[in-house]
Design a protein around this ligand. Structure first.
Ligand SMILES: [Zn+2]
Length: 229
């Protein structure tokens, strides 16, 4: 996907329901931050997109957008929250080539959106400077693969893993029988992103106001590329 269609498609995602353009650039957008920055959802996407291009091209700089000279007791002002896998191969600061303190990260196997994830995101949206939530899946995902197997065999893996599989199942259960793992990963990321708005009135209000955007994306472990969709 080229840069232009990338921006157009992400712009439509969270704002569609409310009929509000994510990139409308109004002064109402963005959190009030200690560094005086107004970070719109589009600016946050642009930072992540450009950071991932550096990661792909192996010219990482570990760029920082955090307020300069800030001490830990002054609070935290990340610009984006990432909901991603626990998978040790997916390191968000690497993938988006930013320094520490720039991302608020919620990790679990399957990047599922359950109560604890929602609570973490509400905290981030209300108390830190985030203007974007990215639900980031990845290629070769074991959690999604286990869910595919669970659906095919109509059995759950057992133990507490079931709670993850049960949260992934609705998002991929209706894919065509011959779907690929990558397609299931994308479907899951999209489903979990929808859950955020559907289940959190706090976050839904922020997307309606266009102060917070929600997008989904997939990370290819081999090419290092993040595809937003
Ligand atoms: Zn995974």
């Amino acid at each position: 996907m080229d840069r232009r269609s990338f921006l157009v498609s992400t712009a439509g995602v969270s704002a569609l329901a409310a009929g509000v353009g994510i990139a409308s650039g109004s002064s109402a957008m963005g959190a009030s931050r200690p560094d005086g920055q107004i970070v719109t959802p589009d600016m946050a996407i642009d930072r992540l997109y450009r950071g991932n291009r550096r990661w792909v091209n192996r010219v990482s700089t570990r760029k920082t957008y955090a307020p300069p000279g800030q001490t830990p007791d002054a609070g935290q002002w990340p610009f984006a929250a990432i909901v991603t896998r626990s998978d040790s191969r997916v390191v968000p600061e690497d993938v988006f080539d930013v320094a520490g303190k720039n991302l608020f990260i919620v990790r679990n196997a399957g990047n599922v959106v359950g109560d604890v994830t929602l609570g973490s995101l509400e905290y981030a949206a209300v108390h830190t400077g985030i203007s974007l939530i990215v639900v980031l899946g990845h290629s070769m995902c074991g959690a999604v693969g286990a869910t595919q197997a669970s659906i095919e065999t109509d059995t759950l893996p057992g133990g507490s893993v079931d709670s993850i599989v049960e949260l992934i199942t609705p998002g991929i259960a209706n894919l065509p029988a011959e779907h690929t793992l990558d397609e299931a990963v994308e479907a899951n990321a999209m489903y979990q992103a929808r859950r955020i708005e559907a289940l959190s009135p706090t976050l839904a209000a922020k997307t309606r106001a266009a102060t917070v955007g929600i997008v989904q994306a997939s990370y290819d472990l081999v090419t290092r590329k993040v595809t937003f969709f």
